[in-house]
Design a protein around this ligand. Structure first.
Ligand code: PEP
Ligand code: MN
Length: 322
């Protein structure tokens, strides 16, 4: 700044000071809106009331971009953290097979042995083609619950349909809303009333605003954690492109706990561990990864599954970053 003419430097300082005051005002305003939203409590889903509380408040949504720019200007906007699905202030690792299959019990035993406390596995699988393995449904979810209970593990699993939601919610600790259902508003409204924390995956082509808009359907009713799982890119070498910057920005703009899924975010097992470490280094809240006792025999997504020894190596590297 020393090289600039004094007048320009002075004007820049004035602008910085103004940015800082604006950021402070936005922070204050956010806190008031958040207090209002907290009063929503457990009222039944009522769009009219939603509008009264937050929708009429254009400042909550329209200036998302402006807020982002202010935060870049002031470089320090800090939205207070929201309650999430996982413990605060630690990096949570959730691991398990893509789908409940014949190796589920062996996989969870290996994970538990390695020290993993959160198990994942899909009972209903959203597949591109109808002839691909569709999952084993409620029976599979019961098996997952029971295998996890054997090891005192918690369960994160996807519920794809409103029809199964109530019964399935009783079997999980955290409900996963999959990428394809990120904007399934009927499902989100239903889950808002189920008293289970939700892991909300980002749609493969959802903007950050759309993703955060979807989270608003749950906000104030159940704890929400965001999960960035890769967006659609142009390069077929990668199944998806893990958007680490988008995950950081979503967290910064919303205060939601935010984790990544580098398994679906890349489709490549060899890229999973380095991206988990990157997410941890970037200050994100955790990662969900696919692991299988025999990756090559997995009924879905075998190419992106880590084997148990690979997972152990990742855990050791994570521990070394503490
Ligand atoms: C999954 O985690 O099992 C899954 C299907 O992921 P996504 O919804 O991100 O594709
Ligand atoms: Mn999968």
């Amino acid at each position: 700044m020393e090289d600039l003419p004094r007048e320009i430097a002075e004007t820049r300082r004035e602008l910085d000071a103004l940015d800082e005051r604006l950021a402070e005002l936005v922070r204050e305003r956010d806190e008031i809106v958040r207090r209002l939203i907290r009063h929503k409590g457990r009222a039944p889903y009522d769009p009219h009331r939603e509008y009264q509380i937050a929708g009429a408040d254009e400042a909550l949504w329209l200036p998302l971009l402006r807020r982002m720019r202010i935060s870049e200007g002031a470089r320090a906007i800090a939205i207070p953290p929201e309650p999430g699905a996982f413990p605060a202030d630690e990096f949570t690792l959730i691991a398990g097979p893509c789908s409940v299959d014949e190796h589920l019990e062996a996989t969870l035993a290996g994970l538990s042995d390695a020290g993993v406390r959160w198990a994942r596995a899909g009972a209903w699988k959203p597949r591109t083609f109808p002839w691909s393995f569709q999952g084993s449904g409620m029976a599979g979810l019961r098996r997952l619950r029971s295998a996890a209970d054997t090891h005192g593990m918690k369960v994160v699993s996807e519920i794809v349909s409103e029809r199964d939601a109530e019964e399935a919610c009783a079997l999980v600790d955290v409900v996963q809303v999959g990428a394809r259902n990120c904007q399934n508003f009927a499902l989100l409204k239903l889950l808002a009333g189920q008293e289970k924390p939700v892991l909300l995956k980002r749609g493969p082509a959802a903007t950050i605003e759309e993703w955060l808009g979807a989270a608003e359907y749950l906000h104030g009713r159940v704890p929400v954690t965001l999960c960035e799982r890769g967006v659609r890119g142009f390069d077929p070498c990668l199944r998806n492109t893990l958007d680490l910057a988008g995950a950081l920005l979503a967290r910064r703009l919303s205060g939601y706990q935010t984790i990544v899924d580098p398994s679906h975010g890349t489709g490549v097992a060899g890229l999973v561990a380095p991206l988990v470490l990157a997410a941890c280094a970037a200050g994100l809240d955790g990662a969900i990864v696919e692991v299988h006792a025999r990756p090559e025999e997995s009924r879905s997504d075998p190419d992106q599954a880590l084997a148990i020894p690979e997972l152990r190596e990742l855990l050791a590297r994570l521990a070394a970053t503490d």
